[in-house]
Design a protein around this ligand. Structure first.
Ligand SMILES: C[S@@+](CC[C@H](N)C(=O)[O-])C[C@H]1O[C@@H](n2cnc3c(N)ncnc32)[C@H](O)[C@@H]1O
Length: 253
């Protein structure tokens, strides 16, 4: 989550942004159906690779809930990974999905929190899927979700949907998103963190890919996955014209 302004003149650092992510998006399988979807998959797998693990909250929870096997988190964002390292009984590896260099080591790979949508270009998607497939043992599974483009989530990324939060150090903050462009399945937007009075502390720009189900299916099959299940919601319902998510469980044959 690097800022657009590396000088961080505001004093709001990358480490602050990583800590704020955990306040805004706490991992909690008791509260969030998406987190509850992944929890049993993770606890049942003896070796788990969390691709785009961010601050590591999912793997922290897996260890807390009794996972005794191998847990590995991979993420290119240094500040997030630094925060993840607060737990030392999990392996933390810097890098992108495409840089994953394991060979047939994991029973399960996951990309949670829409991390899959950070894979923007077709080339990056292909290289990432190939690397994740290679990291899995034969029979191993890859579970992830991506927002369904038909729900047009980006239309709600605007200042009137700002969230007010108190960060870990007690600062009151206001966070909002603003869509900059939509085209060719790629949405770019800013995330702004400000004081309640509106003084901007940080603004970061991100691009996310929104894939149609058929395009996603074709990419997975071309990468050598079989598609075990595709759901349109966290209760394992089918993908319909109302679905907001595409939740996929793919398998390395
Ligand atoms: C929205 S966060 C999700 C974090 C975490 N998985 C969760 O569920 O809260 C997306 C994460 O994907 C990471 N990311 C961005 N590009 C990536 C890439 N090419 N490969 C792997 N991870 C990437 C980001 O650094 C960020 O930590």
């Amino acid at each position: 989550m690097p800022t657009d302004d590396p000088r961080s003149a505001s004093g709001f650092t990358d480490a602050d942004a990583a800590a704020l992510y955990d306040v805004l998006c706490p991992w909690d399988a008791r509260r969030w159906p998406g987190d509850a979807f992944y929890e049993p998959l993770v606890l049942a797998a003896d070796a788990v690779l969390d691709v785009g693990c961010g601050t590591g909250a999912m793997l922290h929870a897996a260890r807390r809930h009794g996972h005794t096997g191998r847990l590995t988190g991979l993420d290119p964002d240094r500040a997030s990974l630094e925060r993840a390292r607060r737990r030392t009984d999990v392996e933390w590896v810097p890098g992108t999905a495409a840089e994953a260099a394991w060979d047939a080591e994991f029973a399960l790979a996951v990309m949670t929190g829409h991390a899959f949508q950070c894979l923007v270009s077709d080339d990056e998607l292909r290289a990432s899927l190939a690397a994740v497939r290679t990291a899995l043992r034969p029979g191993g599974r890859f579970a992830f979700e991506t927002r369904h483009p038909q729900a047009r989530a980006w239309e709600r990324w605007s200042p009137e949907h700002a969230t007010e939060v108190v960060d870990a150090s007690g600062r009151r903050l206001r966070v909002w998103h603003e869509t900059l462009s939509v085209g060719d399945g790629v949405v770019t937007f800013t995330e702004t963190t400000a004081t309640p009075g509106g003084r901007v502390l940080r603004r970061a720009t991100t691009a996310l890919r929104f894939l149609e189900p058929a395009a996603l299916d074709a990419l997975l099959r071309a990468a050598g996955f079989t598609v075990e299940a595709v759901y349109g919601d966290w209760a394992r319902g089918p993908v319909t014209a109302e679905s907001r998510e595409i939740v996929t469980v793919a398998r390395r044959p």
